[in-house]
Design a protein around this ligand. Structure first.
Ligand code: CA
Length: 261
């Protein structure tokens, strides 16, 4: 009798373990869902058409777009004050921004040209060329990661700008196009999706969306009106702080992810 009970109990444990294993496989395929809570609200230049945003050494660096208005900026987080400003030649529409080895790298939208600046002086050091459109830019410590308005993330050598590979970003089997501003955060790529209030968290090795972050209502009076859409993600690795803003938004937010109910 005791043996029968033990065997039955063992079978139940085995079945439960098998069910859990299957559930884990299923969970890996379905993106997690997060909303956010606002930790701090900061001012942001409502004339800044944000196309690239990073946080380094206590300050924000920002790339703004629109031909004739494009710029590179160093911005104080707490006040939104523009501490340093370099206009981009009027023929260019500036896009994504990242830093690399004491330099700032800035994309242009359709000119297939990028700029390399000295991070401290903003002096233009060189230009580089790339194919296709330039939207978002970040890096993973060894490669640049570029979005171009499609569902692709391309990986580039940060020195030679040679293309090293690419992934198609998918939510399950569905491609996720119009990936915009990017930020590499703890092994994942965060990407704004153009004209939406969602950020995709992407596994750069597979292209799979591992989570959706819903920022709906963060700035209700501006959100999704014209082109004043969510765009701009920066990460303070030392302080583990995540910042988001949008094109022409008067505010920039430090947010914390909260599992969606
Ligand atoms: Ca960014």
């Amino acid at each position: 009798m005791t043996l029968v009970v033990l065997l039955a109990a063992a079978a139940i444990v085995a079945v439960t373990a098998d069910t859990r294993a299957r559930a884990r496989v299923g969970a890996a395929a379905a993106p997690a869902k997060f909303s956010v809570s606002v930790v701090h609200t900061y001012p942001h230049d409502p004339n800044a058409y944000t196309q690239g945003l990073i946080f380094r050494d206590g300050v924000l660096y920002e790339s703004t777009g629109i031909s004739g208005k494009s710029s590179l900026r160093k911005v104080a987080l707490e006040t939104g004050e523009v501490l340093q400003f370099k206009p981009v030649d009027a023929q260019y529409f500036a896009e994504g921004l990242t830093d690399w080895n004491g330099q700032l790298l800035q994309l242009t939208w359709q000119s297939q040209v990028g700029f390399v600046y000295d991070l401290k002086t903003f002096a233009l050091q060189r230009t580089f060329s790339f194919t296709g459109e330039g939207w978002g830019l970040t890096h993973d410590g060894s490669r640049l990661i570029l979005s171009d308005g499609t569902d692709r993330l391309r990986f580039l050598d940060p020195v030679t700008m040679k293309e090293l590979g690419a992934v198609s970003v998918r939510d399950g089997n569905e491609p996720v196009p119009e990936l915009n501003e990017l930020e590499y955060v703890r092994g994942a790529v965060l990407a704004n999706v153009w004209h939406t209030d969602r950020i995709a968290r992407i596994n750069p090795a597979t292209g799979l969306v591992t989570a959706w972050i819903d920022l709906h209502g963060l700035l209700p009076h501006y959100q999704l009106q014209g082109e004043a859409v969510l765009n701009g993600i920066a990460y303070d690795a030392a302080g583990d702080r995540l910042f988001v803003t949008g094109k022409l938004w008067p505010k920039l937010f430090e947010v914390r992810l909260v599992p969606a109910r």
